[in-house]
Structure formats: C-alpha cells, structure tokens
Write a protein that binds this ligand. Structure first.
Ligand code: SF4
Length: 348
C-alpha cells in the first residue's frame, strides 16, 4: 500500500525529496498545495516539475477518509462517521457555538484503556490511526463546514487514548501546527489523556509540537479512580498529580481536569472537597461532565442539583470549574458515547 501524502510531515517530505535528489523547497510547495489550496491531485500541482509530480504519484496517494454517515442534532452538533481505506470507521463530532467550530478528533479505532464509564471502551482497541487518518478527520470536517467557516479548535477527545498512539499523534500535530500549512494555534488544540504519566512528561519535552493538556481525572483517590479507570493501576494518582504540578506551564496556561459526575459514585460533596485539595497548587481548571445515560453502562446521570452543588463547592473554594453542556445527545455524540454501531466489537 502506498503511503498517504497527507500524513507526511514537512521533515519527512524534505527527507524524501533529498533521497530522490529533488530540491528541498518543493516540500513547502507541496504543503501549500495540499493544505492551503486544498489540492487533491498531483496533476494540479503546476509549479512542481513534471518529473517530480510523476514520482510523487508513483509513491504516494492523496486520500481523505470518506464520509460514511452524517447526522445533525437539534442543537447543530454534527456527528459523522469517517471511513478509512480498510473500511474501519471512527466517529467524529463537530460542535458549533456561535461562530466557533470545534472538532472532537479520534486517534484510535476503539480504545484499550477500559474506562468503565465510556462507551468506546466496550469496543476494545481495534487499531491505531496513522497521521494521515488523524489529519484526514480535520480536513473532512472543514469540508463539511464549507469554505466560509473556519474550523479553529480541535480537541483530541474522540475515540482512543492519544498518548497510546504517540508517534502518530506527534506527526499529526506537526502537520496541523505547521504555519505554512494548516496553521492551527497550539492554544486551540487540546490533547486529552487518561493520565499516562510518562507520556505526559515526554510530550512536554517535545520541541516540535505543543498543545493544551486535559487530564481525564474522574476520581479523587487512588482507590476511587482505579475502580473507574484501570489505567490508574500503573499510573498512580499521586504521581500523575505531582507530574502535573511540575510541568512548566506558559503564562495563562492551565491544565484542564475533566471530572465525570456519576450519580452516587463521583458526585458527592466530599469528593468535591477532596478534588479542591488534590489540585491545590496546580494552575488548573475543572470541566465537570454530567454522565449521559447509556443502556450499555451501569451508571446513572446526576441530578441537576448535585451538579450545581458540586460546581459551587469548587468555585466557592477558588477553583475554576465549568459544567460541560451535553450537546448532540439525540444523535449519540456526547462525551463517552462514541462507539460505532457498524463496527465489529472486540474485547480487550
Ligand atoms: S474515556 Fe477515553 S481513554 Fe477512557 S476508554 Fe474512553 S476513549 Fe479510552
């Protein structure tokens, strides 16, 4: 199978050009054609030599994932199925708030992390997405939005644990952040992790990419978190929090901690107070996520009153806390509801 040109970073393109004795500046021209002009055929790349065009065509494809299904919810949320060359699919969710458009990006088909409150977890890990498939979701979403609207915000919170697919995550971020190409701002890209401590440190040391960080926390003690998130066994809560505390954040940068509110499991006042104590000394903000009921999962949604009470405890103690409005619920596009019904379900 030929590699997809859309998944090549600028460095990879330069290397390829140098091996093929072609001028390095062509990398920039290719990036311009692909991401600025939106060109999808080698023939159209008219400022490249004919020889280069035919060599590229012999070695690469330019493939976007195809749009297998798209549903628009009453609140304007678009859920769509991206299908890749091998027929595997991921769900992507496009949220619109006034003129801000945010895409929830997937990094894997399924997920191996096994979080108990998550629909995707029930699929197990089917496979990693490569960089072209990650970037492809963004390009497809932009196509759905049309030329007059610009997709600017990306949250890596779809299917999969981004840091479990580390190299492809980094490559896709390099492509998305390239100022000569798609030119996303790192402050508008959030990578959300279930808390793989080593990978967080490694990510922070990367020189080629940056992004905002979100930690899916969901438990305030080692025991409580471990019950919901098996990943906690190897990535102890204490180490995770200490790692976050040590990260050299930029000015105005905060780490987002996502906390799912499950009725009678995580929504009590004691947990709220413990959460404040746990995050003490970290430049943090908390995003509370009221659970969306799902027949496949053994949890209940919290009452509106409990949600308000939990939030008030945090904000009353000086911790910035927002409640995620559940959107797109009628099409199954809310957080933790991503699991493709068309997919063969495998187990971990
Ligand atoms: S919440 Fe995220 S990390 Fe956990 S199983 Fe679901 S997709 Fe994977």
């Amino acid at each position: 199978v030929k590699p997809n040109l859309l998944g090549q970073t600028e460095d990879q393109l330069r290397q390829w050009l140098s091996v093929h004795k072609k001028p390095g500046f062509a990398a920039q021209q290719i990036i311009d054609w692909l991401y600025v002009k939106g060109c999808r055929s080698f023939e159209e790349m008219s400022n490249l030599s004919k020889a280069l065009r035919s060599e590229l065509a012999a070695q690469f494809t330019i493939d976007l994932p195809s749009l297998a299904l798209s549903q628009t919810s009453r609140d304007g949320t678009v859920k769509f199925l991206c299908e890749f060359g091998d027929g595997k699919q991921v769900e992507s969710v496009l949220l619109t708030h006034e003129d801000h458009h945010t895409l929830c990006v997937s990094t894997q088909v399924g997920c191996a992390m096994g979080c108990k409150f998550c629909r995707t977890a029930t699929m197990g890990l089917v496979r990693h997405l490569d960089a072209s498939e990650i970037v492809g979701q963004v390009l497809l979403a932009q196509q759905i939005l049309g030329p007059d609207k610009r997709l600017r915000n990306l949250v890596f919170m779809g299917m999969g644990e981004p840091f479990h697919n580390y190299d492809n995550l980094i490559r896709s971020l390099e492509i998305l952040l390239n100022p000569k190409g798609l030119d996303y701002s790192w402050r508008r890209i959030t990578v959300s992790t279930s808390g793989l401590t080593e990978a967080i440190v490694r990510f922070w040391e990367e020189t080629s990419v940056k992004a905002m960080l979100a930690i899916s926390l969901n438990g305030v003690t080692q025991e409580a978190r471990q019950l919901l998130m098996p990943v906690t066994k190897k990535n102890h809560l204490e180490d995770l929090i200490e790692t976050c505390r040590q990260l050299p954040l930029e000015k105005r940068q905060r780490i987002t901690f996502e906390y799912i509110l499950l009725a009678d499991v995580t929504d009590d006042a004691k947990s709220a107070k413990q959460l404040v104590a746990l995050l003490n000394g970290i430049k943090a903000k908390v995003n509370l996520i009221p659970f969306n009921p799902d027949p496949a999962l053994p949890f209940k949604a919290p009452s509106a009153e409990k949600v308000r009470e939990f939030q008030n405890i945090l904000t009353g103690r000086g911790l910035l806390a927002t409640v995620r409005k559940s959107r797109g619920q009628d099409v199954g596009a809310a957080c933790g509801q991503l699991a493709s019904e068309n997919q063969t379900v495998t187990s971990n």
